[in-house]
Design a protein around this ligand. Structure first.
Ligand code: NAD
Length: 504
């Protein structure tokens, strides 16, 4: 039985949404993935509710852009302190709706905190340039200004961190924000909205609308939304990019992934097996930077398989709130069954099933959306388990003969989010970082998520748009530059001149 309704956060208040004439109020179920129970209902915004949030953000934008950098920064520092103080509560909210284990939820909050800390340095990041005397007594300078109302649309798998890639920087730059988080784990957004309000953020600067395509489509079309940041699957990212840009908006849309980890025969195999198991099954494989394909070069495969089996056998799968759990459930039953369906398909297509997670049961949690870690060997590139983003605890090993075959395989894949190489050969590593066509590269690091002061983003079908998220790209995405040329009146400047201004 649902016990509560999660409302929108608009103009500093939570409310369930008032439909306009002809609009229908809808709700979605929010599950506890570990028990399979519906624990809440979330309000789905109508177009009218989205308009209300955008209007609130547009009103707030008039004053927020004029608030001094010092005051904006002070609020961000206060928010940083509050997130840090409440990180265990926030992690619990995450685990209850997403299912990830407590340690992973805390790590997510901490990666988000790093972006808030980066945004606290906004004074330095938005500095312009100044040139004196570009012509006689004429000065020229550039300033960075906010865009106005910007929106973020985010996926289920990092309900705290991914929105934090966006709104701390957007707000620090002087924009106001409307967040449309995933309808599957919506509570974290409201929790953070309350912390922002407690930190002193004025009403309307940060708003949350919950819901589905109806809410997203209204944000994409709304004339007062200047820019959209999106993170989610590739088909929706492409749709968001095409629709948003058609409506004249600046858009960055990060999509899905199929991340490879190449292991050369000279690598430390114990280290590589640890890394593959951690990066393949952490957060039940529901990370956009999870390793999903292990590319074993030459003799590496025969060494890796037994080491992997040994490690997988020891993994503890259970309710994310239990201290002993290392891997939790998947987000929904539908998704769990879809991932299990890929295991069936891999078997039917002839891959070797080395570890089968389909029969796993978790004591005391018979209805949870669990699937055990699964390992395939001898996966061929034409199989669905190689081609599709599975987004679950299913790792495929592909055997290749040479380094060049491994590079060709990765560079031939339509996705290009993350990649890793395991080797002890510095020359091979250097060649790899030069040749590989992927946005985020790890050398003996399986999940190479850049720090907040670098930017995060893949290439090819993993990102639509020009700018990556957070870091300097984030600041550039949420600001536009203006170049000013100024001359102060002096009688010597009098006189009509129809020539084009020139500076020599
Ligand atoms: P999703 O694409 O289903 O949903 C993302 C957002 O889009 C949600 O807010 C959802 O409500 C909305 N949405 C869904 N369908 C829509 C539609 N038809 N029209 C308009 N909006 C729609 O993604 P998900 O299942 O929540 O998250 C998992 C996906 O996100 C994976 O593909 C994963 O790789 C990707 N992801 C990518 C990154 C990255 O940085 N590249 C990071 C995290 C997750």
């Amino acid at each position: 039985m649902a016990t509560k309704t999660i409302g929108h956060w608009i103009d500093g208040k939570v409310h369930a949404g008032v439909p306009r004439a002809g609009e229908e109020l809808r709700h979605g179920d929010v599950f506890n993935p570990a028990t399979g129970e519906v624990q809440a209902q979330v309000a789905f915004a109508t177009a009218g509710v989205v308009d209300e949030a955008v209007e609130s953000a547009a009103r707030a934008a008039q004053t927020w852009r004029a608030v001094s950098i010092a005051k904006r920064t002070k609020i961000l520092f206060a928010f940083r302190q509050l997130v840090d103080k409440h990180q265990h509560e926030l992690a619990r909210v995450l685990t209850l709706e997403h299912g990830k284990v407590t340690g992973d939820a805390l790590a997510e909050v901490n990666r988000g905190l790093e972006v808030i800390e980066f945004a606290c340095g906004i004074a330095d990041l938005t500095k312009g340039e100044y040139s004196e005397n570009v012509s006689t007594e004429v000065d020229s300078y550039s300033i960075r200004q906010p865009l106005g109302v910007v929106a973020g649309i985010t996926p289920f798998n990092f309900p705290a961190m991914v929105p934090m890639w966006m709104y701390p920087i957007a707000i620090a730059c002087g924009n106001t924000f409307v967040l449309k988080p995933s309808e599957r784990d919506p509570s974290c957004a409201n929790f953070c909205a309350q912390l922002l309000a407690d930190a002193g953020l004025p009403p309307g600067v940060f708003n949350v609308v919950h819901g589905d395509k109806v809410a997203v489509d209204r944000l994409l079309e709304h004339p007062k939304v200047a820019a959209i940041s999106f993170v989610g699957s590739t088909p929706i990212a492409r749709y968001i990019y095409e629709t948003g840009t058609r409506h004249g908006k600046r858009v960055q849309a990060l999509g899905g992934a199929k991340n490879h980890m190449i292991v050369l025969p000279d690598a430390d195999m114990e280290l590589a097996a640890d890394a593959a198991v951690s990066a393949g099954y952490g957060s039940a494989g529901e990370r956009c930077m999870a390793i999903s394909v292990l590319v074993a070069v030459g003799s590496a495969a025969d060494k890796l398989v037994p080491l992997m089996k040994e490690r997988i056998a020891k993994l503890k799968v259970g309710d994310g709130l239990e201290a002993s759990s290392e891997m939790g459930p998947l987000i929904t039953k539908v998704h769990r069954d879809k991932v299990a369906g890929y295991v069936d398909r891999g078997v039917a297509e002839g891959a070797d099933l080395v570890v089968d997670g389909r029969a796993l049961s978790v004591a005391g949690r018979p209805n949870g959306f669990f699937l055990g870690p699964t390992l395939f060997d001898r996966v061929q590139p034409n199989m669905a388990i190689y081609q599709d983003e599975i987004f679950g605890p299913v790792l495929s090993m592909t055997r290749v003969g040479t380094y060049n075959e491994a590079i060709a395989l990765v560079n031939g894949n339509p996705y290009a989010n993350g990649v890793a190489l395991f080797t002890n050969d510095g020359g091979a590593a250097r060649k790899f970082q030069h040749e590989i066509e992927v946005g985020m590269v790890g050398i003996n690091v399986p999940i190479p998520v850049p720090m907040a002061y670098y930017s995060f983003g893949g290439w090819k079908a993993s990102l639509f748009g020009d700018l990556h998220i957070h870091g300097r790209d984030g600041v550039h995405f949420y600001t536009r530059t203006k170049a000013v040329t100024s001359r102060w009146p002096d009688p010597r400047h009098r006189g009509v001149n129809l020539g084009f201004p020139q500076n020599r």
